[in-house]
Design a protein around this ligand. Structure first.
Ligand SMILES: *[C@@H]1O[C@H](CO)[C@@H](O)[C@H](O)[C@H]1NC(C)=O
Ligand SMILES: *[C@@H]1O[C@H](CO)[C@@H](O)[C@H](O)[C@H]1NC(C)=O
Ligand SMILES: *[C@@H]1O[C@H](CO)[C@@H](O)[C@H](O)[C@H]1NC(C)=O
Ligand SMILES: *[C@@H]1O[C@H](CO)[C@@H](O)[C@H](O)[C@H]1NC(C)=O
Ligand SMILES: *[C@@H]1O[C@H](CO)[C@@H](O)[C@H](O)[C@H]1NC(C)=O
Ligand SMILES: *[C@@H]1O[C@H](CO)[C@@H](O)[C@H](O)[C@H]1NC(C)=O
Ligand SMILES: *[C@@H]1O[C@H](CO)[C@@H](O)[C@H](O)[C@H]1NC(C)=O
Length: 641
């Protein structure tokens, strides 16, 4: 068995974890509360909580590592019917996450929820709860996410939500809330009140959210919805485009139109001149260069993947010069002050050679750095190429590496992207381990997982784009380890014949047969990526025990034998109190890599699940909690934006 063949030093880690989890301790009080709950609420048959085992082992329940308290209770879609009885869940004093979504629960939220002071995530969506916004919830000052959507709540949205200083997500859509939207001060990054009965103007603090966050409330007005009439002149709204975009983007759009026109006229002339110049100068330049550099261009090409610094300016230059006369086209919002000539003048170095072509880093004279991808084996005609590039160019999200421009000629196809200086996840995870390299810690791995999931969910939902080539070398990192998804949506350019050497380890089983990538095959590849983050093993790594076994199968074989701890990256063993999260992320990854596509969750579902993991540990209770202990002290005003 693969599991047994792995290094024995890991056994210690396993034993420690098994001991701490297998201990017979019980969260006695919490168990009583749970039993009291389940005995009063009708539920589905499969929810069998065996009174003679520890509550920590019950379906839907997880505990802290000492197994003295219940930390999370997740009973989604468990057929729970009726009211939540008081004095049950409200007694789980250490509860971090409560998910009762998609049941048939009704009535009001019990007042004793105010005792769940440690709660970070509350997911009650898609039930039949009614009554006012639960006042007990506005007192839970550590809440990060509240989802009450798809219920029958009515009355006003309370201003006291501003008390929840950590709140980042508030989902109240599909209820019957009425009155004005209060100007909630929390630092929200997700907000939805669509399909309620709200009226009045939208507070400016919330106008950054899209129209769809407010739709279905007939009497709401103000940015991003149509302006309110004379009664509130202070809002000074501007006519809003149908697709909401930031002012910066709108400016870029104009710029880019200008750029395209300019380039259309200029490019032909420039290219001609360039062609002459290249023919005249290139031999001389090349000669000079070869005598200076120990690495001739041909060699540079062949070792491209490793040679981070081999200059190959002439590669790039000849790339475009060989082609027929064509122009560099900036995608919408990509208005930049460079053109093809600048790109060719730029000093370029090979970043890597992938299955779709070679990537170059090009530093333009004005200082901008971009990545130019030189595609090979493109089969599509110019028209389809342009259409696909336009679709990809419209994908703009902080977790997506933006396509800025493209170039198409008979012999050359180039794509221009932003450059991410921190490199790829692959390099960070598998770059030479040991001396000099800082291992990616657990917090940052979670950050990467969350960022990549956010980017992919965006591509699937808003962009309607199948990524088609998810792997760790296509997850790029910013300085703060926020992830950006790159190289998305290129498969259509290569027709039905998927490029032969796409990395096998990430490929969903059905893709091997059908040769077609889908949203669900992306989810599979993303699951493999999560396993890679957890295990530190590259999916195409040979050392996964038996030859030919892939990462999902390897993890499954180990987990089946309850050696769960052994799958985790040894570099993660140094961090305390993360096992719970690691196991949770592992479970998410395992559902993603189901062999049956229909059993895989959708990307937005995956994102929600990862957010749930984060929420359970998002903010640790600590003495430096800014909302506590510093009464009367005002924060330095220079910190306010
Ligand atoms: C409950 O667990 C005990 C001990 O593990 C076991 O003997 C018993 O059969 C279980 N009861 C049910 C109903 O599964
Ligand atoms: C909260 O818990 C305390 C004791 O732990 C109890 O006295 C109080 O009644 C509870 N609050 C509510 C609203 O039930
Ligand atoms: C919450 O906010 C309301 C009004 O916004 C205020 O009266 C109340 O004292 C606040 N509660 C806490 C616990 O800060
Ligand atoms: C929604 O609330 C309004 C009052 O604001 C009430 O008239 C209406 O009946 C409610 N609708 C539903 C479906 O409960
Ligand atoms: C909003 O609706 C409420 C009743 O639900 C009404 O009292 C209030 O005047 C309305 N406000 C505006 C600005 O229309
Ligand atoms: C808000 O919720 C509605 C209804 O579920 C949905 O159609 C819309 O896309 C959501 N908007 C955002 C920004 O999430
Ligand atoms: C605003 O417009 C609504 C309907 O368009 C109208 O009934 C209302 O009187 C207007 N209010 C003001 C102050 O003009």
């Amino acid at each position: 068995m693969a599991a047994v063949s792995v290094s024995e030093s890991l056994v210690i880690l396993v034993t420690v974890l098994l001991l701490s989890q297998g201990a017979n301790s019980e969260p006695t009080q919490d168990k009583q509360a749970l039993q009291s709950f389940i005995s009063q609420v009708p539920h589905a048959n499969r929810l069998k909580w065996n009174a003679s085992t520890s509550a920590c082992d019950w379906i839907g329940v997880t505990c802290d590592t000492e197994r003295s308290h219940v930390y999370t209770l997740r009973l989604p879609g468990s057929g729970l019917v009726g009211q939540i009885p008081p004095n049950t869940i409200g007694r789980l004093s250490q509860l971090r996450v409560l998910s009762l979504r998609s049941n048939v629960l009704s009535g009001q939220i019990p007042a004793d929820f105010s005792n769940l002071t440690m709660l970070r995530g509350l997911y009650l969506q898609n039930n039949e709860f009614s009554g006012e916004f639960p006042p007990s919830v506005t007192q839970l000052s550590r809440l990060i996410r509240i989802d009450l959507s798809g219920n029958k709540f009515s009355g006003a949205i309370p201003f006291s939500l501003s008390n929840l200083t950590y709140l980042t997500g508030l989902f109240l859509e599909n209820n019957n809330f009425s009155g004005n939207i209060p100007s909630i001060r929390a630092n929200l990054d997700a907000f939805n009140v669509s399909n309620n009965h709200l009226n009045g103007s939208i507070p400016t603090s919330l106008s950054k959210f899209p129209e769809s966050s407010f739709a279905g409330n007939l009497q709401l007005c103000g940015n991003p919805l149509p302006p309110c009439n004379a009664s509130s002149p202070s809002l000074a709204p501007s006519p809003t485009p149908i697709v909401p975009s930031s002012p910066a983007e709108r400016k870029h759009k104009k710029l880019s139109t200008a750029a395209i026109v300019g380039i259309s006229f200029g490019a032909a002339a420039i290219l001609l001149i360039l062609l002459f110049c290249l023919i005249l100068c290139l031999p001389m330049w090349r000669q000079r260069k070869e005598s200076k550099s120990p690495q001739p261009v041909a060699a540079a090409r062949s070792v491209a993947a490793d040679a981070g610094t081999s200059s190959s300016k002439d590669d790039l230059a000849s790339a475009a010069a060989e082609g027929e006369r064509s122009k560099l086209v900036f995608v919408e919002g990509g208005g930049y002050s460079y053109d093809l000539e600048d790109l060719l003048r730029a000093s370029a170095e090979v970043l890597g050679k992938g299955s779709v072509g070679t990537s170059y880093k090009a530093v333009l004279e004005e200082g901008t750095t971009v990545v130019v991808k030189r595609l090979k084996d493109v089969v599509t005609a110019k028209r389809e190429f342009e259409m696909q590039a336009d679709v990809l160019g419209r994908c703009k999200h902080e977790n997506v590496v933006p396509l800025r421009a493209y170039y198409y000629s008979k012999d050359e196809k180039l794509l221009v992207y932003d450059y991410f200086p921190s490199g790829s996840l692959s390099a960070l995870l598998h770059g030479s381990r040991g001396s000099g390299r800082t291992p990616l810690d657990w917090g940052n791995r979670m950050r990467v997982a969350l960022g990549a999931a956010t980017g992919l969910a965006y591509l699937h939902v808003s962009g309607k784009v199948v990524h088609g080539n998810i792997k760790s070398s296509n997850i790029l990192l910013r300085q703060d380890n926020a992830a950006g998804v790159s190289d998305f949506g290129l498969n259509p350019l290569f027709g039905t014949s998927t490029p032969p050497n796409r990395i096998a380890g990430y490929r969903a089983p059905e893709v091997v047969e059908t040769r077609k990538v889908t949203f669900k095959s992306d989810v599979y590849s993303f699951g493999v990526l999560l396993l890679e983050l957890l295990t530190g093993k590259a999916p195409n790594q040979a050392s996964l025990g038996d030859e030919g076994i892939d990462l999902p199968r390897w993890v499954q074989s180990v987990v089946r034998e309850e050696w769960t701890a052994e799958v985790f990256d040894i570099e993660l063993s140094r961090y305390d109190h993360v096992e719970e999260e690691m196991v949770q992320l592992l479970q998410i990854a395992m559902t993603c890599v189901s062999t049956v596509p229909d059993q895989r969750p959708s990307m937005p579902e995956v994102l929600r699940m990862i957010e749930d993991v984060r929420v359970s540990d998002g903010i640790r209770p600590s003495s430096d909690d800014p909302s506590k202990g510093s009464d009367g002290q005002t924060p330095p005003s220079s910190f306010t934006p």
